[in-house]
Design a protein around this ligand. Sequence first.
Ligand SMILES: NC(=O)c1ccc[n+]([C@@H]2O[C@H](COP(=O)([O-])OP(=O)(O)OC[C@H]3O[C@@H](n4cnc5c(N)ncnc54)[C@H](OP(=O)(O)O)[C@@H]3O)[C@@H](O)[C@H]2O)c1
Length: 234
Amino acid sequence: MYVVLITGGTSGIGRALVSEYAGRGATVVTCGRDTRALDDLRAEGVDSLQVDLADHAGIRRLLHHVRKTYGRLDTLVNCAATHHAFDPAHPAADGPLLDISVDLLAPAHLSLGALPLLTASPSPVIVNVTSIAGVVPKGRAPGYSAGKAGLIAFTDALRHALQGSGVKVVDLMPPPIETPMAAYLNVGKTAPGDFARLAVDRIERGDQVIRFGRNRWAGALHRIATRLAALLVR
Ligand SMILES: NC(=O)c1ccc[n+]([C@@H]2O[C@H](COP(=O)([O-])OP(=O)(O)OC[C@H]3O[C@@H](n4cnc5c(N)ncnc54)[C@H](OP(=O)(O)O)[C@@H]3O)[C@@H](O)[C@H]2O)c1
């Protein structure tokens, strides 16, 4: 048995990753809030829990479920995210703060909480789904940009911290994908299923920093700048 926990399996990229991993023979556990989408997943035999990732008790319940039901976890994919457009005319804090909570705090909580199970796996992997907005912050979404910037830093730092432990820590940065979250983007987009197949191929190959198209170059510049800065301060 190979157990994969994927957050955000009710829509978009998460949904496609659920199908991709299940198609490769994994036992998949997922979560979301959308009751109908969760029922559809259950009808397909996917172990699906209703969990609000902004609620830390919900995250603990999710981890407890995996521990009790399977006693193991091989791959954790932190895919769920929220992306609230910011309106300076109505600068309510709820949207940006929720983005930071779901896009950064929840993946950090899950990554750290799942470590005891993951380190017992023969081939443990943590995949954090990041975004170019974490490298080039977007004025339309300060909370999302901050959450993703934090997630890129967290992923990089965790990879260093876990060096030698056998745990692979992957930063998976999608290009524009046809999903509800990217509906506002007026650019060419990749189908979620095509992206999921390429992404899981790269993860299974052992890649830990996965970028596509133009994100590859922006990401490379960002990493070079980070490495150079490290020479000065480390
Ligand atoms: N689409 C793109 O072009 C693109 C580009 C770069 C990065 N990404 C990243 O790819 C990932 C997936 O995005 P997507 O485009 O597939 O978005 P999406 O279709 O909007 O899906 C978002 C998922 O997150 C879940 N979610 C949101 N808030 C949640 C909460 N509080 N608790 C539990 N689940 C929650 C949603 O489930 P419920 O609605 O059921 O709660 C849904 O399954 C995100 O990390 C995003 O930042 C996407």
